[in-house]
Design a protein around this ligand. Structure first.
Ligand code: FBP
Length: 699
């Protein structure tokens, strides 16, 4: 039953339009975003565009791509050119009434709604009679013919807004004859002239196969590079950058960076936590690298860098013994935990028992021992699924059942003495892994056969090892909090004690700015012994209060807070860069359709340069395909780009690592990028990784 006061409040809301406005879901930001008109690339200031094929860019074509995608492998890069007027035949072709479908595929990425808006505006401008259909819930919408015809109202409600809410998304792969023929059927029923697939590497792979399959039907298929991971980057065989980044990357990176820079502020204020920030990016560490440039955390791991690691000490030792130690190549989890501990201990020595660590979600991909598990388990699960009517995860729903199955595989290998993918050694090593991590490594692969790193608690695994090793270092007296000389002097003088007398007894490095308690003093007992040995106190005397206080201050307690940055940044409203980029990609997609292209990816060249230099182009997808292992099989897929450890932006981060670690007295070098903005001048208006690579080129 409603109380009288409640009824009054209900009436108040109903009567008062100002209150209604305050409590409505229409914020000022939303209104401003919906009304905002993204800038247009120069070519789109013209009434029409044409595309010109160019031989300026060549690709190393994979023989399998040539075999399986014969009709679209011959595609060339198309450059868009503006036309202020056109002859009748061009107008007829350009402005013909079309039915165009569009679908989002894979994880959301900020800027996607603007791709639709750009496509819709261009299609309607060319011919108001044209229809644009949005397929619902990803590729399933194409397979099942679930779509909505887009209208001004629908499109206007989502302009410059994040997420993929307008038509939603999904991860289904069109990978069977049946799904392909249902998709063709949908295109036929809707009389589609063209279909735009907005997605990552796997979705653009889908686009290439659909383009080949529908080539003879005349349905044009165009891909659009989407993924916050930033791993769709296209270069030609000479290394010329044709697409520097997918849309969504900039916003996600900036959104993570804003939150992480706030943690830098918190951590250096409260001085008691290490904030451990896992950052999305299924395989490549592009997002972690950009976040590092934006915020300067104390430690940032870059997966690709770890894979390149060579343990020189091990190699030299082996060389002296006349052998080669192959385990010296690549980083192990244990060694990585030691590297992190080294940074923590060194900061502790200057009194900083706090900090921020950035861990890329896909870091395990670059750790040899884990990669071996991932590949072996991928193959085992794929083989099981292909030889049974059911599937591995339904047959073995709980961890113990899965482990039992693996145990049986190892037993068979042992008893039959045959070579199998899972042997006793694998089983023993796997049993040493904590249960939550075993569970993560056995997690179900996505429909494209990708290992789902976002489901694995990488940070927890790594920090578990870090904590164990710090404990050992603490016991050995090698992990101590440095005491500032001033604070030591004041504390002792307050207690009428002579710092000059006690300092050399307590510290390794008396005289320096930050004083480190001797390794041998690791407890009140050993402190007492040291004071007696140096005749500061006698047997049976109490330890002087100020000395005990200083000792206690030097004992570290390692406290962490774990954070995961992924889904939040993926759902952020787009930055100015992604608003403009997404919208112009939509316009590019339409131009490619209107000019008869298929099997092309809409892209913008020169993204890394000033906006005036942006050049919309079409990139042929088929020549970008490579062979990769998926679900235990070798498949033709669009090649992913991982972080180039020779690029200037990475080398600059490497150079500044020591500075950002901040193992020196005084303030850390944290940087504040601020929140994601879409029109304000203060926004970081393009990824810093670009800016640095460009500046280095000018040198
Ligand atoms: P896309 O490649 O589809 O853009 O997705 C990227 C991503 O956000 C990764 O960073 C992350 O590992 C993954 O999606 C998470 O997937 P899910 O949404 O299925 O949890």
């Amino acid at each position: 039953m409603q109380s009288k006061e409640n009824i009054n409040i209900t009436q108040l809301i109903q009567k008062n339009s100002a209150i209604q406005q305050v409590v409505s879901n229409i914020s000022n930001e939303l209104v401003a975003r919906r009304e905002h008109k993204p800038a247009l690339c120069k070519v789109f200031l013209n009434e029409f565009t044409k595309t010109v094929e160019t031989d300026d860019y060549k690709f190393d074509i994979h023989v399998e791509a040539k075999k399986r995608l014969p009709d679209i492998i011959v595609n060339k890069v198309r450059v868009l050119e503006g036309l202020s007027s056109a002859d009748d035949s061009l107008i007829k072709k350009y402005c013909k009434k079309r039915n165009i479908g569009i679908v989002f595929s894979g994880g959301p990425a900020p800027g996607g709604h603007n791709v639709i808006a750009g496509l819709y505006d261009a299609a309607k401008k060319a011919n108001p009679e044209s229809s644009v259909y949005g397929f619902l819930l990803g590729p399933d919408g194409i397979i099942e013919n679930e779509c909505v015809e887009l209208t001004d109202d629908i499109v206007n409600a989502y302009r410059n807004l994040g997420g993929f809410g307008m038509i939603k998304t999904g991860r289904t792969k069109i990978d069977s004859k049946e799904k392909m023929s249902l998709s063709k059927e949908t295109c036929r029923k809707l009389e589609l002239d063209a279909l735009i697939i907005v997605g990552g590497d796997d979705s653009n792979t889908n686009a290439a196969f659909l383009a080949q399959e529908m080539y003879k039907d005349g349905v044009q298929i165009i891909g659009v590079p989407k993924t916050i991971d930033g791993d769709i980057q296209v270069r030609d065989a000479k290394g010329t950058v044709l697409c520097a980044i997918s849309f969504g990357f900039h916003t996600a990176a900036l959104s993570f960076a804003n939150s992480i820079s706030n943690l830098c502020t918190d951590s250096s204020s409260d001085v008691k936590y290490w904030h451990i920030c896992k950052v999305m990016g299924r395989v490549a560490s592009h997002l972690a690298l950009e976040v590092a440039l934006q915020t300067h955390p104390n430690i940032t791991l870059i997966g690709e860098d770890l894979a390149n690691y060579v343990d020189i000490r091990r190699l030299e030792k082996a060389k002296q013994e006349g052998t080669t130690d192959y385990t010296a190549f690549g980083m192990t989890l244990r060694h990585l935990s030691r590297v992190i501990c080294d940074g923590i201990v060194r900061r502790g020595a200057v009194g900083k028992n706090f900090g921020v660590i950035v861990i890329p979600e896909g870091v395990l991909e670059f750790i040899n021992e884990i990669q071996v598990f991932i590949i072996k388990l991928n193959t085992i699960i794929a083989k099981y699924n292909s030889t049974h009517d059911t599937d591995f995860h339904s047959d073995f729903p709980v961890l113990e059942d899965k482990l039992e199955y693996l145990r049986r595989l190892a037993k068979t290998a042992r008893e039959e003495g045959t070579f199998t993918i899972w042997n006793t050694r694998d089983d023993d090593l796997f049993n040493d892994v904590p249960a939550f991590f075993q569970e993560g490594l056995l997690t179900e692969r996505d429909s494209h056969g990708n290992f789902q790193f976002s489901q694995v608690e990488t940070d927890k695994v790594l920090m578990g090892l870090v904590k164990d090793y710090l404990k050992i270092l603490k016991e050995k007296g090698r992990y101590k909090i440095g005491i500032s000389r001033d604070s030591f002097n004041k504390t002792l003088e307050k207690g009428n004690l002579d710092p000059l007398l006690i300092g050399p007894v307590l510290f390794n490095n008396f005289g320096e700015d930050f004083l480190i308690v001797k390794d041998s003093i690791t407890s009140i007992k050993t402190l007492n012994q040291a004071l007696i040995r140096d005749e500061i106190i006698r047997e049976g005397d109490k330890i002087p209060g100020p000395v005990e206080k200083i000792y206690k201050k030097s004992i570290p307690s390692f406290k962490t807070q774990l954070h995961f940055y992924g889904y939040d940044g993926r759902g952020n409203d787009p930055s100015g860069f992604d608003c403009v980029y997404g919208y112009n990609l939509g316009l590019t997609a339409f131009s490619l359709i209107a000019n008869g292209a298929t099997g092309q990816m809409a892209a913008i060249k020169n993204l890394e340069k000033a906006f005036e230099k942006w050049e919309p182009i079409g990139i042929p997808i088929a020549p970008l395909m490579r062979i990769e292992e998926r679900k235990g099989k070798m498949e033709l897929v669009l090649e992913k780009t991982i972080v180039d450890v020779n690029a200037p932006c990475f080398n600059i981060v490497k150079e500044l690592r020591e500075k950002w670690l901040g193992a020196y007295p005084g303030d850390d070098d944290y940087r504040k990028p601020g929140p994601v903005r879409f029109i304000e001048k203060c926004e970081e208006n393009r990824p810093l990784t670009f800016v640095l690579n460009e500046l280095a080129k000018e040198e």
